[in-house]
Design a protein around this ligand. Structure first.
Ligand code: C5P
Length: 455
């Protein structure tokens, strides 16, 4: 199997210096990297540094005739398996969205027939500007995978989203693209993936695909293919995991809805830990303003019915972890227009209808995952309620947590894993630590229930 090839397009911006680390990481992992740098990018990193690290020629100009003789720009844009734009500046993304091709980088991006992954970096105001929001939506609609930028202090001193994701996170997204290929940009086959951070269609279809690369093998089984060797500890490598998280919003009329206080933090931490542990992760999220963890495929939904439909679409998976606080009821009828006070003092009636129980439905589904996990937030008789819920829902584990002391939205969690085998009680831990510990337990359990083929 040939080493996977990356065409790395480096835009201008202070974050361009991070491309040096990215190239180093990619080379170390065995990727072949060819760099193209924009004129603005050259202000921050030199082609010489990139050439030395990538051990490959660096391309800078469309009009360098020598380059055209050696390799035409069409060929350059197509010989890679994946085109990565990092940093993707506001300017570069605007040109990509508009289909402008006025330098080597933008010409390659328009000419390529390969999937494109963009890692944005810009000032927070620029990232939040309506024009950039539009461009990002257009690019995602065209099948370009646009990562969420990191949040934090910027080189300019402002604070917020817009920092280039760390090189390890970009590499994780690249690794994920090779284990579950991205769609082709430009509508060549990817189809619209508007609100997705990584495209869902590929998550779905990859279930039926033969192993796309040795990357699906488990660590230690790589018969010399170290190009694809997963990072040190990836016990869920080769697994597909579906996670629901956050609340659902059930509309009453166009401006009002029924909701709950779920923050989504534990579910998002679990999705992050699952991706870190090497799994392909599909996160079906209710409305929460949390950033998408690196390497995670996210689908945003509003209602329980939408969540149920997306869960069904996401199957089959090795494990499903249902962390979402799904609303038990929705408004029986949603008013098409805002319900108005008429001054009579009469309160409008609000009839409720029961929502589908997604977890219980999945337990009965012919595509029931080998490991099905539910959550239970309780204020009293925690274990007894969790045991009853385990039986009622037909799942394998219930992760029970007492929300009487630390209500939803906190940073830590004390959980008890309730199963047929008994109760495994853990200390109070930060939510990220709960998530990581859960991944270890899930990996062990999956090895028992559904061992991976070791070829
Ligand atoms: O019944 P209860 O809401 O307490 O059950 C909690 C568990 O069931 C969680 O795992 C939650 O994600 C799941 N659930 C669901 N669909 C519902 C209600 C709860 O998947 N309609």
């Amino acid at each position: 199997m040939a080493a996977p090839r990356i065409l790395l397009i480096i835009g201008g911006g202070i974050a361009a210096y991070k491309s040096i680390e990215l190239v180093r990481l990619l080379r170390k992992a065995g990727y072949v990297v060819r760099c193209v740098i924009t004129r603005a990018g050259e202000q921050f990193v030199t082609p010489l540094t990139l050439a030395a690290l990538s051990e490959n020629k660096v391309y800078t100009s469309l009009f360098d005739l020598k380059d055209e003789v050696e390799m035409g720009h069409i060929q350059l844009s197509r010989e890679a398996d994946l085109v990565v734009v990092a940093p993707a500046t506001a300017d570069l993304m605007a040109k990509m969205a508009a289909g402008i091709a006025n330098d080597l980088a933008t010409t390659l991006l328009l000419a390529t027939d390969k999937p494109v992954l963009a890692a944005p970096a810009m000032n927070v105001r620029m990232w939040l500007h309506a024009a950039t929001r539009r461009n990002v939506a257009t690019l995602r609609g065209d099948g370009v995978t646009v990562m969420e930028p990191d949040e934090g202090e910027m080189a300019c001193g402002e604070y917020g989203p817009g920092r280039l994701p760390e090189p390890v996170a970009i590499k994780a997204a690249i690794d994920a693209a090779f284990s579950s290929p991205l769609p082709l940009a430009g509508g060549v086959g990817g189809g619209p993936v508007s609100s997705l951070v990584l495209p869902l269609d590929d998550f779905r279809s990859s279930a039926d695909m033969p192993s796309p690369s040795p990357s699906r093998k488990r660590e230690g089984d790589l018969d010399g293919q170290s190009d694809f060797a997963p990072a040190n500890h990836r016990p869920l490598f080769g697994r597909r995991i579906l996670i629901t998280a956050g609340p659902t919003h059930e509309p009453i009329d166009p401006v009002r809805y029924i909701a709950n206080r779920s923050s989504g933090k534990q579910g998002f931490a679990i999705a992050a830990a699952a991706a870190e542990a090497g799994a392909e992760v599909l996160l079906i999220a209710g409305p929460v303003p949390l950033p998408t963890p690196p390497g995670v495929i996210r689908i945003d939904v509003e209602t329980a019915n939408e969540m149920a439909a997306e869960v069904e679409q996401g199957l089959p998976v090795d494990a499903a972890i249902m962390v979402a606080a799904v609303a038990d009821w929705r408004a029986a009828d949603t008013a098409p227009q805002k319900i108005k006070k008429d001054g009579s003092g009469q309160v409008p009636p609000l009839a409720l209808a029961e929502n589908p129980d997604i977890l219980a439905g999945l337990a009965k589904s012919p595509q029931r995952p080998p490991l099905l996990i539910g959550f239970a937030a309780e204020t009293n008789d925690l274990i007894a309620h969790a045991q009853a819920k385990l039986a009622r829902k037909g799942c394998d584990w219930i992760v029970a947590n007492d929300v009487s002391a630390d209500p939803m939205g906190g940073e830590s969690n004390q959980v008890h894993i309730v199963s047929q085998d008994g109760v495994d009680s853990w200390d109070r831990l930060p939510k990220a630590a709960v998530a990581r510990k859960l991944m270890e337990k899930i990996a062990d359990e999956l090895e028992k229930r559904a061992p991976l083929e070791r070829d």
